[in-house]
Design a protein around this ligand. Structure first.
Ligand code: MSP
Length: 496
């Protein structure tokens, strides 16, 4: 499971955090499924953009990379990102892999030398055709004029892979959601030009091993990070145990690189393309994509101060649909937090622990095998599991929170707070405790610490992320007789 690797010219903002939290939740879901997961993130440290931002800041490119790479790592540590490896493209292992993979592609006859001339946007680190540019030759993404670049470069014969790419893209799990797969197919159908993969005007990059005057263009170095991290060029045995079972999570801005160029490079090297590329839309603030120059930049740490780590993670996973662009706002985040976390999940936990303390002497009863909640729970598990796998985190979480709402409604209908021992009190409370157990597992990829807190408060040993799915999601796992603790509100309400 991979995130894109982030450019070190920028500080982490919530757009980066959005991708990373999604990938983290998916990695956690696959671990729950008992799969062996290697979750990779890191930083993209070469190229003109980084070199220039370092100059502007009065640092060397390496100093700039060191500083910002650490900032990304700190942001991910703050957000409880469970990465197994943090790759930096300036590491020697990555230089080895890039040189090995591109040498292999050259040996296969898919790399040649030619002259390149074209309009280049440093912000995107990409060439544009004239018809893609706006007025005054402005980059469609950065809205700033592009530059004219002309030089002798090494080229990758992308045009030779159109048929193979079309075949890969006709498999409906290669790129998801469907609309993004159609977009990738559209790019291939429009016709593919060969692409320049090296630069002679730049030194901050991985050296072309057969031409000491050139470095690889940053994108062809960056994409290979996914292969580096599993041992390409250094440990074939390790590489072959992981490849091609790779799931990339990327934003739509880099669809072309991940769904066209990268699979073609792999094919050219005789390797299998990725198992899946999942592409999400932008998080917009006031209708604009966040950027370094935009006024809308918000840091993840600011939000954590207001909503807590899990409050922020939950918003990214539940508050935005997966695929389309969607607006992000503080108001909407408060509403979502209060309705799902404070008033539904937090409220359920508080009701259950209060009644068990008052009326069951603090010991949680066991659920009924034929509880009216059993079927609702099985349905929620089915829907959530399907959407975690798709991946579609907002729908997975919606299913889990619906089960919480149903359980709250069940308590309101039964009013256990008015019951006396001997009534159906134990049965009702046992059923509610069991849905809390099941919900903790369903939501732990999204809100790991809160889920663990619920688990502990209802007396269960270990953590929900140690559960095995689907076995541990079957109704009836809460054993009864456990000590239930009433604690402080798990998600205190936030006023707008
Ligand atoms: N370095 C390249 C990726 C190389 S991967 C081999 C790059 N880096 S980036 O730092 O500019 O952005 C990476 C990713 O951050 C985007 O693809 C996207 O996933 C995420 N986002 C950045 N801004 C975003 C939003 N406003 N909204 C959602 N995601 C955004 O591109």
């Amino acid at each position: 499971m991979t995130t894109p690797i982030y450019y070190v010219n920028d500080v982490p903002h919530i757009g980066h955090a959005y991708t990373t939290v999604i990938a983290d939740a998916l990695a956690r879901w696959h671990r729950l499924m008992g799969e062996e997961v290697m979750f990779l993130t890191g930083t993209d440290e070469h190229g003109l953009k980084v070199e220039r931002s370092a100059e502007e800041a009065g640092r060397t490119a390496q100093q700039q990379a060191d500083l910002h790479s650490e900032r990304f790592r700190a942001a991910w540590d703050l957000l409880d990102i469970s990465y197994d490896d943090y790759i930096r493209t300036t590491e020697p292992r990555h230089h080895v892999a890039v040189q090995a993979l591109l040498t292999k592609i050259k040996e296969e006859g898919h790399i040649y030398v030619d002259t390149y001339a074209g309009h280049y946007c440093v912000g995107c680190e990409a060439y544009y055709n004239d018809d893609e540019l706006g007025e005054d030759l402005a980059c469609p993404i950065h809205k700033r004029p592009v530059e004219w670049l002309e030089e002798e470069n090494w080229f990758f014969r992308l045009s030779a892979f159109a048929d193979q790419l079309t075949e890969w893209l006709s498999n409906d799990t290669s790129v998801v959601p469907k609309g993004k797969r159609s977009e990738a197919l559209g790019i291939v159908k429009q016709g593919l030009d060969d692409v320049s993969i090296s630069r002679s005007s730049l030194t901050w990059g991985v050296k072309v091993p057969w031409d000491q005057d050139q470095v690889f263009y940053v994108w062809y170095d960056a994409l290979i990070n996914y292969a580096t991290a599993v041992g390409y060029g250094l440990d074939d045995g390790r590489f072959n145990t992981w490849w091609p079972n790779v799931h990339h999570i990327v934003g739509k801005d880099i669809l072309r690189f991940h769904c066209v160029y990268w699979p073609a490079m792999l094919m050219a090297a005789g390797l299998t393309p990725p198992q899946q590329v999942a592409v999400h839309g932008y998080l917009l603030v006031g209708g604009e994509k966040m950027s370094k120059t935009g006024l809308t930049q918000i840091s993840p740490a600011d939000l954590v101060g207001d909503f807590g780590v899990d409050g922020v993670r939950y918003q990214f996973l539940r508050g935005q649909s997966f695929g389309p662009d969607s607006d992000f706002s503080h108001e909407q985040m408060v509403t979502r937090y209060n309705s799902d976390l404070a008033n539904s999940l937090g409220n359920l936990l508080s009701r259950v622990t209060t009644v068990v303390a008052k009326k069951c002497e603090g010991a949680g009863p066991a659920p009924r095998p034929d509880s009216p909640l059993a079927e609702l729970s099985a349905e929620a598990v089915r829907i959530a599991s399907q959407h975690w796998a798709e991946p579609n985190p907002p729908l997975a979480l919606e299913a889990a929170i619906n089960l919480v709402r149903d359980t709250n409604a069940f308590l309101e209908a039964n009013e256990p707070w008015k019951m006396e021992p001997g009534d159906d009190l134990d049965a009702v409370m046992g059923d509610a405790l069991e849905t809390l157990r099941i919900v903790s597992v369903l939501v732990c990829p999204a809100i790991p610490e809160s889920a663990a807190d619920i688990w502990t408060r209802i007396g269960l040993p270990g953590r929900p992320d140690e559960a095995t799915v689907p076995a541990d999601l079957a109704w009836g796992g809460y054993p009864g007789g456990l000590e239930v603790a009433k604690g402080a509100p798990l998600f205190p309400r936030i006023s707008a």
